[in-house]
Design a protein around this ligand. Structure first.
Ligand code: ACO
Length: 319
């Protein structure tokens, strides 16, 4: 028995906000700096009042429609997010009721930018164990709310969005291997350190990052975990049809792909249009390439992510 992707969906809010738009809004940066260092040209930013569950709902409806699955058929919903609607209940519970499902096992998963990979891993294991048959796995983020718009080194990097997949138990091949790791000793290089206490935010409520330390960590972890996942699936990197990495920085993606021997024609890149949407980035990239026809049934895909924690992981699947 495999866990197989039955349908994919994605959603980004509003119109694209270009690098030039950020300059016009007063960020001390330039289109040239952002493109050269990151590859990002635009991102989408949610309007006031929009919450992660709003984005998750749209992406989920599209994934359910692609999978020809009713929300009532789901017995598992996982929402990977670091920007939930509220402290509790989980954004997953809010999504569940808005989709019209009752009774499924439902929870949020917090692994920062690796959240979707972690959630896919957990859903796959629950399906393979026979505990669930149809799962909705969502990455949904509104990072624009946790950015310090006076910190040009971070605010230009991120965007808002959601991506979702429906996973189902299947005798046809699906996820061949999935692996995940963490090392909390690196927590300080990328974090939102604040918390709520006595009715106020205690500590710093904004995303803080040591960009160069993150860069070094990401390149090493993404290469190692890709090899580990390929080995677990008994698939050589040269046999992968599409590489779908976390969309944080084009230089990290290119460096990882080069070390793996994957040429640029086999990499799905959407960060130019979306920026880094954290847990939403991988399913958003997957959705874009499924909808434009590049990814087809039967092809081998390598998905991988890295994020705050630090956390990292990969999944190799036959689509
Ligand atoms: N526009 C213009 N100049 C800027 C900007 C900006 N937006 N941001 C920083 N600078 C300036 C700095 O002030 C500095 O100026 P100075 O030399 O006069 O002091 C100069 O650019 C260089 O700054 P660095 O931080 O050294 O720039 P670096 O080359 O390291 O690039 C970057 C920064 C793009 C963040 C890089 O470190 C990186 O890509 N790191 C990976 C981080 C990442 O991808 N994070 C995403 C989240 S983590 C994840 O998803 C896994």
């Amino acid at each position: 028995m495999f866990a197989r992707i039955a349908g994919v969906g994605g959603f980004v809010p509003g119109e694209p906000v270009t690098n030039q738009d950020l300059v016009r809004r007063g960020v001390d940066t330039s289109d040239e700096w952002i493109i050269t260092r990151t590859g990002i040209r635009a991102r989408h930013l949610a309007g006031p009042g929009t919450l992660a569950s709003d984005l998750a709902l749209e992406a989920s409806r599209r994934a359910l429609s692609a999978a020809e699955t009713g929300a009532d058929e789901l017995d598992l919903i996982i929402v990977a997010t670091s920007t939930p609607d509220c402290v509790f209940p989980g954004t997953s519970c809010i999504l569940q009721t808005r989709l019209g499902n009752r009774g499924a096992m439902v929870f949020d998963l917090q692994a920062a930018c690796s959240g979707f990979i972690y959630a896919l891993n957990v859903a796959e294991k629950l399906i393979r164990a026979g505990s669930c048959r149809k799962a909705l796995v969502v990455g949904a983020e509104i990072f624009s709310r946790i950015l310090d718009w006076n910190d040009r080194a971070t605010c230009v990097l991120f965007g808002d969005g959601a991506g979702a997949v429906v996973l189902e138990a299947s005798e046809k091949a699906g996820i061949l291997a999935s692996v995940a790791h963490a090392d909390g000793s690196y927590h300080a290089i990328l974090s939102v350190p604040g918390h709520i206490s006595d009715g106020k935010v205690a500590g710093d409520p904004f995303l803080r990052m040591d960009g160069q330390a993150v860069f070094r960590f990401a390149v090493r972890a993404l290469f190692d975990v890709a090899l580990e996942c390929c080995s677990a699936a008994k698939v050589s990197p040269s046999d992968i049809d599409w590489f779908i990495p976390h969309q944080a920085n084009l230089r990290i993606i290119d460096s990882t792909a080069k070390k793996l021997g994957i040429d640029s024609g086999r990499i799905i890149v959407t960060l130019d249009a979306h920026g880094n949407t954290s847990a939403a980035s991988i399913p958003l990239a997957l959705d874009a390439a499924v909808r434009d026809g590049r990814i087809r049934r039967g092809q081998k895909l390598l998905l991988e992510g890295v994020g705050g924690g630090f956390t990292w992981g990969a999944a190799l699947l036959e689509f």
